[in-house]
Design a protein around this ligand. Structure first.
Ligand code: GLC
Ligand code: CA
Length: 514
């Protein structure tokens, strides 16, 4: 498997909002190339780009109309190739976003599939055989085709579901095809072609959108797991170094499917929200949160995925509230001391490194709805449009955070006590200690119900590192026989060890070698 994943630290870029170089108000690939040194300087050595393919942008590009072409607003395929080369030249890797579950209604395959006469795309999507029959358990799209049928949708109603077949087709319903039928097999072959195309051009792998959604009526995920195993075999043959990260949220399933890593997200049963995004997040200074359910669930996944531990906990992403909507100041620093000391690859959402905020009350842009506020332009400096774009403010893809005190990169670079510098330090420490990296083991030492602090042990070979986090504004302690020796990192005040207890000062974090 791709060795580089062992110490990968990802930076997620929403291309629309990162850096605009031609003054049209929308970020572009050249803008990303321009900022690679910035990302590298922060310590991130890998990128995940949200979809940058041709699309009518009804869901910000998650509605692809041509998988083989970069959307003109971002540049050309040549520009993307150059981005791969520029990244590789800096020792960085790039994941593209693969959207295998659905296309845009404007995709030529769908246009063909809507026709009444049979053609090579008739079975490319999941269609019932009568306009009056809805596909059970899925939303559908109907009444816009000559074809007599309803088409299943995967997400928004303009995102028809590609056909990979049904796990257990109902014999009474001929339109439910088995996964090995010709239509589903052709879809799968095309998916591999798409991957082959971009991997051949230099991309290093994919973040896979809704990876668990492909085979229908597959409650336990068995058919979808088998499908991804088949993809993995293809990759092992042709692109053994390709890295695969899934948006699935059930690591026990996705890792079986051959994914290297899976995300814990704001949906699903992971208790991810308990940490940063609920009424009383664990990382709030109020100290009323609970980390125990998260830990219980984490251990369950960790064991079920054979302690592979490649479970990614992102700082945020384009679908959820900004981390800084609920946490502030020191709270953010302590949250990052957690995020950057857990197994699996860390993922930083662009702008989270400077504490960019959620922009309230925006009108939805390109199917963003409530997510729009987390997708606003990157704040580079104090100049016009925060240095994002030379376009008139009203032409920006999404309006900038209007707050006068909005953070920016330039100011944080100049301030050693900024969030940016804290994160840079944390990354530096992670990168010089294998125990803190993706594959180091984890054992939770103290994670009691409604209690602070939170402590765990990371280890690799002989190296053992104790992490103690106390986001609360009160001193907190726990019984502990471990003896911290060398301090690797401290935020706030040093811990004290006395009489078999470890005492953590209010709002503090520390990493200690045993
Ligand atoms: C994923 C994406 C999200 C998109 C959806 C449909 O959850 O992260 O942004 O809207 O899939 O593709
Ligand atoms: Ca542009």
């Amino acid at each position: 498997m791709a060795k580089w994943l062992d110490n990968a630290i990802f930076y997620e870029i929403y291309p629309q909002s990162f850096k605009d170089t031609n003054g049209d108000g929308i970020g572009d690939l050249n803008g990303i190339v321009e900022k690679l040194d910035y990302i590298k300087e922060l310590g991130c050595n890998a990128l995940w780009l949200n979809p940058c393919f041709a699309s009518p942008f009804g869901d910000a590009g998650y509605d692809v109309s041509d998988y083989y072409s970069v959307a003109p607003r971002y540049g050309t395929n040549e520009d993307l190739k150059r981005l791969f080369e520029e990244a590789h030249g800096r020792g960085m890797h790039v994941l593209l976003d693969l959207v295998p579950g659905h296309t845009s209604v404007e995709h030529p395959w769908f246009r063909e599939s809507m026709k009444a006469e049979k053609n090579p795309y008739t079975d490319r999507y999941v269609w019932t055989d009568s306009i009056w029959e809805e596909p059970q358990g899925m939303g559908c799209l109907r009444g816009i085709s000559d074809r007599d049928g309803a088409c299943a949708v995967n997400f928004f109603s303009h995102q028809p579901a590609l056909n990979y077949g049904f796990y257990r087709p109902d014999p009474e319903k001929k339109w439910q095809q088995p996964t090995d039928a010709e239509g589903p097999q052709a879809t799968l072959a095309e998916l591999k072609n798409i991957m082959r195309f971009w991997l051949g051009m230099g991309c290093d792998g994919f973040r896979v959108d809704m990876a668990g959604s492909l085979v229908k009526h597959d409650e336990e995920g068995k058919g979808t797991i088998r499908l991804w195993q088949n993809v993995r075999e293809f990759l092992d043959r042709e692109f053994p170094e390709a890295a695969m990260v899934s948006e699935w949220g059930e690591p026990d399933k996705s890792l079986q499917g051959g994914f290297h890593m899976d995300f814990l997200l704001h949906f699903g049963p992971s208790h991810y929200n308990d940490l940063f995004r609920c009424e009383e997040p664990y990382f709030s200074g109020r100290g009323k949160g609970d980390v125990s359910e998260f830990v219980r669930k984490y251990m369950e996944n960790y064991e079920r995925s054979e302690r592979k531990g490649l479970i990614c906990i992102p700082s945020g992403n384009h679908d959820m509230d900004r981390l800084a909507r609920g946490l502030h100041g020191d709270e953010l620093k302590i949250a990052f001391a957690f995020l950057l000391s857990m197994p699996g690859a860390p993922f930083l959402y662009y702008g989270d490194e400077i504490g960019m905020n959620y922009v309230e009350d925006l009108v939805s842009v390109e199917g963003g709805y409530g997510r729009t506020g987390s997708r606003s332009p990157m704040q580079w400096d104090g100049s016009t449009n925060a240095g994002f774009s030379a376009a008139p403010a009203e032409r920006l893809y999404i309006p900038l955070d209007p707050r006068a005190d909005r953070p920016n990169v330039r100011a944080q670079l100049a301030d050693e006590s900024s969030l940016y510098h804290e994160i840079r330090r944390l990354i530096g420490i992670r990168q010089s200690h294998a125990a803190l990296q993706s594959k180091g083991e984890i054992e939770f030492v103290y994670a009691e119900k409604n209690a602070y602090p939170f402590a765990y042990l990371r280890s690799a070979g002989d190296e053992k590192i104790l992490v103690v986090l106390n986001p609360s504004e009160r001193e907190a302690s726990f019984a502990c026989a471990l003896e911290p020796k060398e301090r690797l990192y401290v935020f706030g005040k040093e811990i004290a060890a006395a009489d078999g207890r470890i005492i953590a000062a209010p709002c503090s974090a520390g990493y200690y070698k045993l």
